[in-house]
Write a protein that binds this ligand. Structure first.
Ligand SMILES: Nc1ncnc2c1ncn2[C@@H]1O[C@H](COP(=O)(O)OP(=O)(O)OP(=O)(O)O)[C@@H](O)[C@H]1O
Length: 341
């Protein structure tokens, strides 16, 4: 059961309209202390608008936003003190070294003069830029700039960090390292992390929970396992078994397998047998086949990853009762457009 005192970000019925456009539509979201939450959705879904409301930088049209015990709309200053925000594009003074840039940001954030130099050096080490802190940021790669952006956020010792599309434009190794760094910081410092992304593989790597956000609405929310579990409930399970030799009496085998508990459908094609069922009966099927004398050379259980979750929620009309046709088409359009690039 959810512990209310553990909730560090709470959005209740939040709506944001820009004229006639509902950028965020009746959003309810609770994020817990120490959690890494991924806000997943295509461009224009309303992720940035949601983040700006959490930071008190834009007012909701309706609903309330609580962050670290403060009302973000009414008390944006204490929220700003507790929350570090990294926008999708971070700028630096190219002519200054990375350390000088960080010290400058530290001062702007009110870090005491007596501490700012030493704290900046510690943070540079934490983000893995210890060896490069005296280089001018003009020479920094996009991945290094992203780490420096994270350092900018960490220097004020926040309780919550919010990262808007933090993996944009970094190469695959850089992305993996950056996400690992986030995970490590969250564990070591008990930091709560909200990261927004349109890239499902990235959030899958580090997030404890994800919310799938489309056209201003949260279509599904939970950890990857429970979202996958939902799919199993809707779709059933599938087991693929490969045997040594092509099955001779196909109808007899199909018929016999169908008598087993929970088995719904059986397809036999040469050496391949596919069994769909309402629960995970893979071990029972394997035992049964071995007892009947079949030599098994392969067993594969269908596992649903976030990819499938995306596919199922958006391609096959499984958007639950919260999404309408328009948002689904919108998502498909934006998602596939992005992925063609
Ligand atoms: N200041 C604004 N005035 C009018 N419309 C806006 C404003 N800011 C955002 N919008 C619109 O609100 C919707 C949500 O935008 P938002 O930037 O929150 O989405 P997003 O999920 O962050 O996407 P992206 O990754 O492209 O930034 C979009 O249709 C956008 O055009």
């Amino acid at each position: 059961m959810e512990q209310m005192n553990d909730v560090i970000i709470a959005l209740e019925g939040v709506t944001k309209c820009y004229g006639t456009l509902k950028a965020v539509d009746d959003l309810h979201l609770h994020i817990h202390k120490g959690e890494i939450f991924g806000l997943l959705g295509p461009n224009g879904a309303g992720k940035t608008t949601t983040i700006l409301m959490m930071l008190g930088l834009t007012e909701p049209t309706a609903g309330s936003v609580q962050v670290c015990g403060y009302n973000a709309t009414m008390q944006p200053i204490p929220v700003k003190n507790k929350v570090g925000y990294m926008p999708d594009s971070v700028g630096f003074y190219d002519g200054m070294t990375a350390l000088e840039n960080l010290v400058y940001i530290g001062r702007l954030n009110g870090v005491p003069e007596s501490e700012v130099q030493s704290r900046a050096r510690v943070v540079m080490e934490q983000v893995g830029l210890g060896a490069d802190m005296h280089k001018k940021t003009a020479t920094y790669s996009r991945g290094m700039k992203q780490r420096l952006g994270l350092a900018d956020v960490l220097i004020k010792q926040p309780e919550v960090i919010i990262l808007d599309e933090p993996t944009l434009g970094i190469d695959p190794t850089g992305i993996r390292d950056f996400l690992q760094l986030i995970k490590q910081l969250s564990i070591q410092q008990g930091l709560t992390v909200l990261l927004s992304s349109h890239h499902l593989h990235h959030v899958q790597q580090v997030c404890d929970r994800v919310g799938i956000f489309v056209n201003g609405r949260m279509l599904a929310e939970g950890d990857i396992d429970s979202l996958s579990g939902n799919l199993y409930n809707r779709e059933g399970y599938a087991t693929h078994i490969t045997v040594e030799e092509a099955v001779v009496d196909t109808p007899a085998l199909s018929c016999a397998l169908q008598q087993l508990d929970a088995v719904q459908q059986v397809t036999v094609e040469g050496r391949q047998i596919t069994i769909s069922s309402t629960s995970d009966v893979t071990p029972i099927l394997v035992r049964w086949m071995v007892e009947k004398g079949y030599g098994i050379t392969g067993v594969q259980k269908k596992e649903y990853g976030l990819d499938d979750i995306y596919q199922k929620y958006f391609d096959n009309n499984l958007t639950g009762n919260t999404a309408d046709e328009k948002s689904r088409r919108f998502f498909q359009k934006s998602f596939f457009k992005r992925h063609k690039n």
